[in-house]
Design a protein around this ligand. Structure first.
Ligand code: LR7
Ligand code: MN
Length: 581
């Protein structure tokens, strides 16, 4: 792995294995830190205590690396509560600036304890679970960061130290991905040097999260690798379920449930109900789905692991040897994005399993918007598609015009890996792992822009209400832009006009008594009001109303739209599909 990394990136990591010392880092930051550092529990854990009760023994084995200091009276955000600061103008300005800079309310984060407690947000049965602490494999926790704020980064570190049983945590490896902010230089080194089990290494150029994580993995000493983002907070008991599951099944890659920490109030928004699992849409965007019925039936308890077609990417545990066997990561991926789907496909197609453990919860701050450029995500996704998706990559390319043209570098090594491991094909993945995903037919001549003949250069266009909601708005006509997205439709052999670029998918429909088109969810057996017959002559016949779609330059709301009219020979009732402009 090291050799591979060195060859691929010519990175020489500066490994600073920081030793424990008594000083507490930068004066400027001192007020936010506890006055004194608690003693690590390390020395006390191993030794068996004669005459201790079973309960005492369990307490001892569960002891975290550091005990969590009790909250100060009136501590902001304790137990994950939402905070809204009452600020004067100057304070508001500072808060606003911190949001501009980090896309997270760091002004508030800086005022919340690095040791705050979280609310209990796991299934009640999780609390009853007993673990065989002495026989579970130990883990290295790897956290790559790029220009992260002080308090969110350090809260992640303390949260791991204060929730992970000392006996299970080998080390925390922080990987600085060539950050350029001052607080992450000497001040961070000084601060961490006071902490047991924490190591810091630095990349000497910007590697992106894939190679930064691999840099961490290359020096890890634990049998298990556990990856976290650098703005997380771990819920009580988060680590044991991950390690136990991998101990039981070494080819399982296990994710915690990801709870939301609000970027503005720092409220911890987990819940103890059924978690959601990972999927993707045909733009290769990661999505969340409810657990399908078949998977519910397979599980014998609410706290059994849940199989998931994909992972969000940042938070998971994997056996180190198995990770290496699987080909770790695609080191040709830059900065951010795509690696999560690539890894997910690879895990399943090459014989492993990807699971979410309902008893492991970790909070993650989702920023207001991306704090740095994510333009490399496209090339990364194309690499994933080219290596793993076989002919199904075309469905992606149809829905992302830019993807087909994006340079994606050399993938021969990854293709060789796939051959060497004799991985299954993408069709198998779709049929066995993600049968819930609708696979578009994309029959030649029946997908892309739906163009009017009478109103040349005008296309079907649909603007959904929001990213998560698709239904409800009216289908209009708009100048064809050739960018896919809102102008991408597919006419299926089930007589639907589908809007299936993204999830959830929607179908063109007519509400009874109206003459315009709206969007409804699609059905396995399309209802009559969602059925259209696309005839040889280019007319589109709506089965229920027995009318034809006509391009109307001045539809009721003043803008052009397709409307239902009595069928005629007019060019305004003739349509054709065009793949690209
Ligand atoms: O160039 C970089 N170098 C880095 O070290 C870019 C990022 N990073 C670090 C960064 O500081 C952070 O610790 O990598 C980690 C992930 O970056 P984020 O936090 O900006 O990503 P994200 O949380 O927005 O995105 C999710 O998808 C990514 C796709 O590449 C990664 O897989 C992230 O790890 C992943 N995060 C999660 O899965 C947490 C839950 C989010 C959801 C859903
Ligand atoms: Mn993140």
């Amino acid at each position: 792995l090291l050799a591979l990394l060195a060859a691929a990136t010519a990175t020489v990591a500066l490994a600073l294995v920081l030793q424990r010392s008594s000083d507490w880092g930068p004066e400027a930051l001192a007020p936010r830190l506890p006055a004194q550092q608690p003693e690590p529990a390390g020395a006390r854990v191993g030794a068996p205590q004669p005459g201790e009760s079973a309960e005492e023994r369990l307490q001892r084995l569960r002891r975290p690396v550091y005990p969590r200091p009790p909250p100060e009276p009136g501590a902001l955000g304790d137990l994950g509560r939402a905070v809204r600061l009452e600020l004067d103008e100057a304070g508001k300005k500072l808060q606003e600036e911190s949001i501009q800079r980090h896309q997270i309310n760091i002004y508030l984060s800086d005022r919340i304890s690095l040791h705050r407690r979280l609310p209990e947000r796991w299934h009640p049965l999780c609390k009853e679970k007993k673990y065989d602490y002495e026989n579970l494999p130990k883990t290295s926790v790897i956290i790559a960061f790029y220009n992260e704020a002080w308090s969110t980064l350090l809260r992640t570190v303390y949260s791991v130290l204060e929730t992970s049983p000392d006996i299970l945590l080998k080390e925390i490896i922080l990987v600085d991905d060539y950050s350029d902010r001052e607080h992450l230089k000497e001040p961070l080194e000084n601060h961490l040097s006071g902490l047991h089990k924490v190591r810091l290494i630095r990349a000497n150029k910007r590697e992106g999260l894939v190679r930064a994580r691999l840099l961490g993995a290359s020096i890890a000493t634990g049998e298990i690798l556990t990856f976290l983002d650098c703005h997380c907070e771990c819920h009580e008991g988060w680590l044991e379920p991950l390690l136990e599951r991998i101990h039981e099944e070494e080819s399982a890659v296990v994710c915690p449930v990801i709870d939301v920490i609000d970027w503005n109030t720092f409220e911890y928004l987990g819940n103890s109900g059924e978690p959601q699992i990972g999927g993707f849409d045909w733009r290769l965007v990661f999505i969340w789905n409810v657990v399908p019925e078949k998977e519910q039936k397979r599980r014998s308890s609410k706290i059994d692991v849940i199989r998931s077609p994909t992972m969000a990417g940042g938070l998971f545990a994997v056996n180190k040897k198995y990770f290496e066997y699987l080909g770790s990561y695609d080191t040709g991926m830059e900065v951010w994005g795509g690696e999560n789907l690539e890894f997910s496909f690879r895990i399943w197609q090459c014989g492993g399993s990807l699971e979410i453990h309902p008893c492991s919860h970790v909070g993650h701050v989702f920023p207001k918007q991306a704090p740095y450029s994510r333009s490399k995500a496209l090339a990364n996704c194309v690499r994933a598609a080219e290596v793993w998706m076989d002919e199904y990559k075309e469905i992606y390319y149809h829905r992302n015009m830019h993807a087909r043209k994006e340079p994606y570098g050399d993938i021969t090594e990854r293709q060789q890996l796939r051959a060497k491991l004799r991985c299954k094909d993408f069709r198998w993945f779709l049929e066995h792992v993600y049968p819930e995903l609708h696979v578009p037919e994309d029959r030649p001549g029946y997908f892309g822009m739906l163009v009017s003949r009478g109103m040349a250069d005008y296309c079907f266009d649909y603007n959904p209400p929001s990213e998560s909601e698709v239904t409800g708005n009216q289908v209009i006509l708009y100048l064809c832009h050739g960018m896919g997205q809102n102008q991408f439709f597919e006419y299926t052999s089930h007589n639907e006009i589908r809007y299936n670029t993204r999830h959830p998918e929607a179908c063109v429909a007519v509400d009874g008594g109206t003459d315009h088109l709206t969007m409804h969810l699609c059905y396995k057996n399309p209802p009559e009001n969602q059925k259209f017959i696309f005839k040889e002559d280019g007319s589109i016949f709506h089965v229920q109303s027995k009318k034809c779609l006509q391009a109307e330059p001045n539809a009721s709301n003043g803008s052009p739209a397709p409307l239902l009219r009595t069928c005629t020979n007019s060019e305004y009732q003739r349509w054709f599909f065009k793949e690209r402009s």
